[in-house]
Design a protein around this ligand. Structure first.
Ligand SMILES: [Ca+2]
Ligand SMILES: [Ca+2]
Length: 298
């Protein structure tokens, strides 16, 4: 991750899984990207680039931004553990540019892998998949047992049942979304489209996958069935929309006429938003050129 991403303004947007009710979560002078939900849906971790690249946690209502960076620069791709207690991220620390795991409460940090980026936890919290070059590795959460499950993929996303991993690969000649068994076998191309199809994230029930693609002329967020059928454009706007992350366990169940404390306190969100408990979060940018540049720099 180079500083070339810094200075191009990106922001994190929340929306319903059908693309409605898009609301900006961040609106600062820096670029904010790589959003990831906490498992309980109360917070979002993300990366922000100004002079340096820092990692933050923000409440889902936009309040209480906390810097969780573990190195002076280059803190990227935060990923929440399923128990909500730890965050894995790529950072440069103690001479190592790799995957680290931070305990959120204590702040203790452990190096997990000496290279790699874009970690994804298995749903049981025992393993972490991550990208390294054009391959995907899996390592136990205690740092043991590193193995490589494919040498032609990146950006892994573990399915909610733990049996599958969705990922991106350029092995067909253009970027496609694939799914494979968690051991790397049975790889299936889900998109089969000449456009750039990237950044898969699973729906909480595992039946659908959201991703981004430029198949309609500029980058949009799409959702498809987990078998690749019925891809639907959710965003339909001229900006570059990318990096969706789909929340999460059902968090709030209350009568729709019950006032929400989130709606009362949050200046960015509407009353209608507070009743929505399953959301997609994604990054929206002003230019598709940035998307391509950022990819080259990873
Ligand atoms: Ca494609
Ligand atoms: Ca768009």
């Amino acid at each position: 991750m180079k500083k070339g991403v810094v200075g191009k303004r990106e922001n994190i947007v929340l929306m319903n899984p059908d693309g409605s009710n898009q609301v900006g979560l961040t609106n600062g002078p820096c670029s904010n990207f790589f959003p990831t939900w906490s498992p309980d849906g109360t917070r979002i971790a993300f990366t922000s680039g100004c002079e340096t690249i820092q990692a933050y946690i923000i409440n889902a209502d936009g309040s209480n931004v906390v810097n969780i960076s573990i190195s002076e620069d280059d803190n990227g791709w935060p990923a929440w553990s399923p128990d909500g207690e730890k965050i894995a991220l790529r950072a440069y620390k103690d001479g190592i540019s790799g995957i680290f795991v931070m305990d959120i409460k204590t702040g203790s940090v452990a190096n997990l892998a000496k290279a790699g980026f874009d970690p994804s936890w298995s749903p049981d919290g025992t393993k972490i998949a991550f990208s390294r070059g054009k391959g995907i590795g899996v390592i136990n959460a205690d740092g043991t047992g590193l193995g490589w499950i494919t040498d032609q993929g990146s950006y892994p996303a573990w399915s909610p049942d733990g049996k599958k991993i969705a990922f991106c690969s350029e092995k067909s000649g253009n970027w496609e979304i694939y799914v494979m068994d968690a051991d790397g076998s049975n790889q299936v191309n889900l998109t089969n489209n000449p456009a750039h199809d990237m950044d898969p994230t699973w729906s909480p029930d595992g039946t659908r996958i959201a991703f981004d693609s430029d198949r309609d002329g500029n980058n949009e967020i799409y959702v498809m069935n987990a078998d690749g059928s019925n891809a639907v454009n959710l965003t339909n706007n001229p900006a570059s929309d990318r990096d969706p992350d789909w929340c999460c366990q059902l968090l709030i169940v209350k009568p729709s006429d019950t006032p929400s404390p989130l709606a009362k306190e949050e200046p960015f969100l509407t009353e209608g938003y507070a009743a929505i408990v399953v959301l997609i979060i994604f990054v929206i940018v002003a230019a598709f050129i940035l998307f391509k540049k950022t990819r080259k720099q990873i």
